[in-house]
Write a protein that binds this ligand. Structure first.
Ligand SMILES: [Zn+2]
Length: 242
């Protein structure tokens, strides 16, 4: 069930114990893919898994603005500080706890959110009779993750094809770079994406098509379904018990 399309009486009746919270970002994804790429993907995977799940899983509304300051040089990119993001996500999850969702899986679409989400989920699990796990879709599928590259462009071609500028794909690939960051001695010297990619692209979006998008969506959804089942079965402990 989608929380934003349900009534409070639906929630009272279903009394879901398990929730998924999609977390995206609003940030540049090259000249060919929409700023909402990460949010669209997180929401699509969360929704597909909740629909297929053998049991009740409520889908909370997608968190649209996150930790993306590194993309701020590209117009339209929005961001909040890590502390604001952590507080907002944590309090949203605490309100799910209040309504009886003691198990929450955060479905993340953006690399910049990974560390903060891991930290939030650990804190919430340690401090509450609840279990919270962060799932980042591109850590669960095959293929190398770029930025506005093959994987994301393929998924958006499947989920929201009208938002891809296909006439920009060739140039996006030609002006893009192969790897994320600027590495020296195992250290990424770049803090902002503009330092290593002039058009925001990492990877090759010309390799993307709807078929690959469908395969990736299936692969990510199946991985999330397995995680939901595991989290759902997981016993809860008293706060701060070992
Ligand atoms: Zn992205």
């Amino acid at each position: 069930m989608q929380l934003s399309e349900s009534t409070w009486t639906d929630v009272e009746e279903e009394a879901p114990d398990l929730a998924v919270l999609p977390v995206g970002s609003t940030e540049q994804h090259g000249p060919h893919a929409p700023l909402g790429t990460d949010s669209l993907i997180a929401e699509a995977i969360a929704t597909a898994a909740a629909e297929e799940y053998d049991g009740e899983a409520v889908v909370a509304p997608t968190v649209p603005v996150a930790i993306a300051e590194e993309h701020r040089h590209f117009p339209g990119t929005l961001w909040v500080s890590s502390s604001t993001f952590r507080a907002y996500v944590s309090e949203t999850i605490e309100s799910l706890f209040y309504h009886g969702c003691s198990r929450v899986v955060v479905v993340n679409g953006h690399g910049g959110n990974v560390n903060a989400l891991r930290e939030c989920c650990a804190r919430l699990t340690r401090d509450n009779p609840a279990y919270v796990a962060p799932f980042t879709w591109f850590e669960a599928v095959s293929g190398r993750m770029g930025h506005g590259g093959t994987l994301e462009t393929a998924l958006i071609s499947q989920i929201a094809p009208e938002t891809i500028k296909t006439e920009e794909l060739e140039a996006a690939a030609a002006d893009g770079v192969e790897y994320w960051g600027e590495y020296q001695s195992g250290t990424n010297l770049a803090y902002d994406s503009i330092e290593f990619t002039t058009n925001g692209v990492v990877g090759d979006p010309t390799q993307a098509d709807e078929t690959l998008g469908e395969e990736l969506l299936t692969e990510a959804t199946e991985a999330l379904l397995e995680l939901l089942a595991t989290v759902d079965r997981r016993g809860l402990k008293a706060p701060d018990a070992p």
